[in-house]
Design a protein around this ligand. Structure first.
Ligand code: DOR
Ligand code: ZN
Length: 434
């Protein structure tokens, strides 16, 4: 299919492009940007060949296909929460052309057969690119390393025991060394289980008032500090998942200044909500790490602004009604995010905290670089993975309309501004709302 996207604002942070013009897509690849962009390319000045579909997208923004580097697709094993198919539908509806999926499935993605299964299923769905993240340790139990070379060979792009911390520092050291020999990142879920034990929400004034056991910020920070030291010692690439506290942001900022190879992500709920949301006892607000205090939220925002936090990832953690419609103590933790992540993140641009190119950089090329995947760019010849955003579209979140099986969102009924209206993967339209 040949597609011409006309009259769009093209924002491609990978090449520092921001201007108005046309984008040509041919045979699944970017075939040039023309018009006012002053880019050279085949598309420039060409007549309209037969069979070309022309989309007039004036007022819309075209960006490299969004990448969500932290998603839980739940398959194999927890298909009642999400499947690779339903998660892929949610991804493209949310504007994501690529997702990296966490290994806490059943069985855990700690061996080649699970990695291959995920890739095969995703290819059958044919919606989004799905990149499996394999476990750091067998069954994510924190005792024995997996076969990293074999997992890489099967298609894994990183290692994480997400959902569980690696409590054994010696194992974490070996994980960093092994992953680094393969030029792959270790993605750390930073939580000291001895400090967080029994906690259900952020430890602070609100937890004291409403009487729920707390998880102190320090539970995250001691592990961020440890893992930074191990990354510094080994020279390996450490990526810190779901940063939620002011102390963690400070530690990462200082480590980067020292030249440690550390990158970091946060999720929209950490820069949007605080522990005040938990007063509702709505189990959709239960998530690990927990929604923190206002100072933490503000520090996360500042970390995004000054570049300490490289990536916004959804940490899409879908759960079934039976997991969440129970007392707070018994509820599963996690927030579904693929279909709200972009609009919540665009809020940062609306507020002036980030420019649009800065935001798009955190949702595309930065994730691609961390995962070493050839995505996140609109360069000539690149795969035509493209997201078209209507920045003016106001819409109200209705969890009943989610493609995801997980309806567990604290943003139900929120009115947000900005939406993906066209998602193109490999030159094919996979989602359209315009
Ligand atoms: O709240 C969470 N849910 N935090 C995690 O780290 C894992 C996730 C899940 O898998 O549900
Ligand atoms: Zn997670």
């Amino acid at each position: 299919m040949t597609l011409l996207l006309k009259g769009v604002r093209v924002v491609d942070p990978s090449r520092k492009v921001d201007g108005t013009g046309d984008l040509l897509i041919e045979n699944g690849k970017i075939a040039g940007i023309g018009g006012g962009l002053q880019q050279t390319g085949k598309g420039r000045g060409k007549g309209v060949p037969p069979g070309m579909e022309i989309l007039d997208l004036r007022g819309k923004i075209v960006v490299p296909g969004l990448i969500d580097m932290h998603t839980h697709l739940r398959e194999p094993g927890f298909e009642y929460r999400e499947t690779i198919a339903s998660g892929s539908e949610a991804a493209v509806a949310g504007g994501f052309t690529s997702v990296a999926c966490m290994p806490n499935t059943n069985p855990v993605n700690d061996n080649r057969s699970v990695t291959e299964f995920i890739r095969r299923k995703a290819a059958e769905c044919g919606l989004a690119n799905v990149y499996p993240i394999a476990a750091i340790s067998l069954k994510s139990e924190g005792a024995l390393l997996c076969e990293y070379w074999d997992l890489k060979d099967a298609g894994a792009i990183g290692f994480s025991d997400d959902g569980r911390p690696v409590m054994n520092a010696a194992l974490m050291r070996r994980a960093l060394e092994y992953a680094s020999s393969l030029d792959m990142p270790v993605i750390a879920h930073c939580e000291d289980r001895n400090l967080s034990a029994g906690g259900m929400m952020h430890e602070g004034f609100v937890s004291t008032e409403i009487g729920l056991p707390g998880i102190p910020g320090i539970a995250e920070e001691v592990m961020v500090a440890r893992d930074i030291l191990l990354a510094e010692y080994t020279g390996a690439h450490l990526h810190i998942a779901h940063v939620s506290t002011a102390g963690a942001v400070r530690l990462i900022r200082e480590a980067k200044a020292r030249g440690v190879l550390v990158t970091a992500e946060t999720a929209p709920h950490y820069f949007t909500l605080t522990d005040e949301a938990v007063r509702s006892f709505d189990t959709a607000t239960k998530v690990y790490p927990p929604l923190r205090g206002a100072e933490d939220r503000d520090a996360v925002r500042e970390g995004l602004r000054d570049g300490t936090i490289d990536v916004i990832a959804s940490d899409h953690a879908p759960h079934a009604r039976t997991d969440k419609e129970v007392e707070f103590d018994f509820a599963a933790s996690g927030i579904t995010g693929l279909e709200t992540s972009l609009a919540l993140s665009l809020g940062l641009v609306e507020e002036g905290l980030l420019t649009l190119p800065e935001l798009i950089e955190k949702m595309t090329v930065n994730a691609a670089r961390i995962l070493r995947i050839p995505k996140g760019t609109l360069a000539d010849g690149a795969d035509a993975d493209i997201t078209v955003i209507d920045p003016q579209r106001e819409w109200t979140v209705d969890r009943g309309l989610f493609r995801s099986r997980g309806k567990n969102t604290p943003f139900h009924n929120w009115t947000l501004k900005g939406k993906a209206v066209l998602t193109i993967v490999g030159g094919e339209i996979r989602y359209r709302d315009c």
